[in-house]
Ligand binder design. Structure first.
Ligand code: CA
Length: 236
């Protein structure tokens, strides 16, 4: 079984959720270890004993964002954060610090496993195994193609005309394929400043989606995460 080559680190202080996550990993054949504090998670990660981290944001000893910041100083391993309802600000901060994805409790194990597969796949193609990173001249996802040297965008054979902001947004999403980008992060990258007003971004995201969404594959490519941000999903 292919899953056993991945080592999943679970960091969750609630014993029943920790148990549930562990059992799910065991049944799916993943190698895993489970800890209950931020410190023990960091110890495992520094020792290089994980390929992916499932991180509860409400831990007794450390703030979730602080853990992510520390991890990101030495590792790009995928991080999926798990948060309780009502911790949405924490969740957004965690994504801003470099978490890949999030789940809100209560979540189904199917949902968790789907996110896990996406993050592991993302990790494998960002480390250089994917055709989309080999050719830096263009980006291809399903029917969508971006030709970077000429700033051209195609859906199938047809060229799509984007405004400069729409184009920047599309490039940013494609560079972070399969990853949830927060409104904060996108606004800062595109406009270069911090703002709490995301209404312009929403407008550009909507027009971009309409322009590229001419066939079934591309219409669902850009996902909205309400109150959080956007993600471009990989289409086969
Ligand atoms: Ca907790």
């Amino acid at each position: 079984m292919e899953n056993e080559k991945y080592r999943i680190l679970i960091c969750e202080d609630d014993p029943s959720v920790n148990k549930l996550l562990s059992l799910t990993m065991e049944l799916e054949g993943y190698a895993y270890s489970a800890v209950q504090t931020g410190k023990s998670a960091l110890r495992e990660l520094v020792a290089g004993r994980a390929d992916l981290l499932i991180l509860d944001l409400g831990l007794p000893d450390m703030d979730g964002s602080e853990i992510i910041r520390k991890v990101r100083s030495f590792s790009q391993l995928p991080i999926i954060v798990v948060s309780a309802r009502g911790e949405s600000q924490d969740k957004i901060q965690a994504l801003d610090e470099g978490a890949d994805d999030y789940l809100t409790k209560p979540f189904s194990t199917d949902e968790l496993l789907a996110r896990l597969r996406v993050s592991l796949r993302r990790a494998s193609y960002t480390s250089g195994n994917s055709p989309s990173t080999q050719a830096t001249e263009q980006f291809v996802n399903g029917n969508l193609r971006i030709a970077f040297p000429s700033n051209q965008v195609f859906v199938g054979q047809q060229e799509i005309h984007l405004t400069p902001i729409e184009y920047k947004l599309l490039c940013l999403l494609s560079e972070n394929l399969d990853r949830v980008l927060t409104y904060n992060f996108i606004v800062k990258k595109i406009w270069g400043y911090h703002s709490d007003d995301f209404s312009d971004l929403r407008v550009f995201a909507n027009t971009l989606r309409k322009k590229i969404g001419q066939d079934e594959g591309t219409s669902k490519m850009i996902q909205t995460h309400i109150g959080v941000g956007y993600r471009m999903i990989k289409v086969d």
